[in-house]
Design a binder for this molecule. Structure first.
Ligand SMILES: *[C@@H]1O[C@H](CO)[C@@H](O)[C@H](O)[C@H]1NC(C)=O
Ligand SMILES: *[C@@H]1O[C@H](CO)[C@@H](O)[C@H](O)[C@H]1NC(C)=O
Length: 401
């Protein structure tokens, strides 16, 4: 356990109780991925997919660009996967020319956007109610081994394509690493993978979340039974409290700090396009299970990239050993491209380097460190000029692979 301030832990604890026990404040749901795409004049489809463990997920698709004459042709397929507490809206908030979904559409791709269980568009299950605890009994491990296979198989089935390009941000990259370290058949289904702000190891995570919550929520077993398997509900009061503590020296950014996304990804970036904040606030955070956050915090404490830690006795039953099983990065065979930056609170440079050396050299096609020292975790989605700084590089790599 890392050195920490006891009083801050108590504060965190109280905030956590507030979050878990209270219901979410009414939030405008009028801004959705579909409404954003329609607003910008692109065709959009919604698709429902059921995972093998019963979760019903909504995917969004921009089948073709209205500016190209290729809607009768066979188009290559791109699959986009969002990060923690985010959703498919990440890829379209920026609008045409800036949102990655539009960039890919203009390049002739059939664009599919996944949504993970528990997010705004995925609160349904064949037999469990999202109001009850059993629904929330999952982490990003399950997103990797259930949600991604269901959505990728469905996308390939619907399009008739043989393979697709996988592009993801943050937790979407973690789920990719989980999937391909555990289920080898996707090596023939994913032609190349492009991971923005890739998260495997997080031992050197910065920011208020690990400092305040790591020592408490990152313990195996300690809070799993009490707080675990619940929806993480960062309500406004809890966030105001945490935001006020976290950003107390930078009062001009308190609006930003009242959104948990920025507390995780960082708020001290000059690249953020602040005009986008109203729409970011309307769609984010998009919901997750407490277990997903716990799972990351366990990794912060252990320094390992491994499965959920249930505590010694249950680990023994689940994994056959006292410690959780580690993900085997060497089992990944999909050509993989990493894009990372210096000012990323969630994944520090040291942690990315460890991932780089963990992958097989023939798997890792490129590790691109952005030449902007202030670029942070969130800027990969909403940074000013993200289209030229990041997406142009991704498009070039896709063209060459
Ligand atoms: C969560 O699921 C596991 C099996 O995957 C089960 O052992 C455990 O009791 C469940 N926990 C809760 C709180 O439902
Ligand atoms: C910032 O976002 C707003 C709203 O989406 C947009 O109109 C504007 O062009 C963006 N500015 C830059 C520099 O990208």
């Amino acid at each position: 356990m890392k050195v920490h301030n006891f009083a801050l832990n108590i504060l965190w604890f109280l905030a956590a109780v507030t979050w878990v026990r209270s219901s979410p404040q009414g939030r405008s749901t009028s801004v959705t991925t579909t409404s954003l795409i329609i607003k910008h004049g692109y065709p959009v489809e919604e698709h429902k997919v059921q995972t093998s463990d019963g979760y019903i997920l909504t995917m969004h698709r921009i089948p073709y660009s209205p500016n190209l004459n290729n809607n009768d042709e066979e188009r290559p397929v791109a699959f986009l996967m969002h990060g923690l507490l985010c959703s498919s809206s990440d890829w379209v908030l920026g609008g045409p020319g800036r949102g990655l979904a539009y960039v890919l559409s203009e390049a002739g791709f059939d664009v599919w956007m996944g949504n993970a269980r528990g997010t705004t568009y995925c609160k349904k299950h064949a037999s469990k109610s999202a109001l009850l605890q059993p629904f929330w009994n999952f982490s990003w491990h399950e997103i990797g081994i259930y949600d991604l296979p269901a959505m990728i198989d469905y996308t390939l089935y619907m399009t008739g394509a043989e393979d697709l390009r996988y592009i993801a941000h943050s937790q979407g990259t973690t789920a990719y690493l989980v999937l391909n370290s555990m289920i080898p058949r996707f090596k023939n289904r994913i032609r190349s993978a492009h991971l923005l702000a890739p998260v495997a190891y997080v031992e050197n995570m910065k920011g208020p979340l690990p400092k305040l919550a790591g020592p408490v929520l990152g313990q195996p077993n300690a809070f799993v039974e009490v707080f675990g398997s619940a929806e993480f509900l960062p309500n406004t009061k809890g966030m105001e409290l945490l935001g006020a503590v976290a950003c107390r020296d930078e009062s001009h950014v308190q609006v930003i700090c009242s959104n948990v996304i920025f507390l995780i990804g960082g708020w001290n970036s000059p690249h953020l396009n602040e005009s986008m904040l109203p729409e970011i606030m309307a769609t984010t955070p998009a919901g997750c299970s407490i277990n997903q956050i716990q799972h990351y915090l366990q990794e912060y404490n252990s320094g390992e990239f491994r499965q959920f830690d249930y505590g010694k006795s249950r680990n023994k039953k689940t994994y056959g050993s006292k410690k959780p099983t580690e993900y085997n990065l060497e089992a990944i065979d999909v050509p993989t491209y990493l894009y990372y930056s210096d000012n990323d609170n969630f994944v520090s440079l040291v942690d990315v380097v460890r991932l780089i050396y963990g992958l097989k050299p023939e798997t890792l096609k490129r590790a691109y460190r952005l030449p902007y020292p202030k670029w942070n975790h969130i800027d990969f989605l909403w940074g000013i000029d993200v289209e030229t700084i990041v997406y142009d590089v991704v498009m070039e790599d896709i063209a060459n692979s």
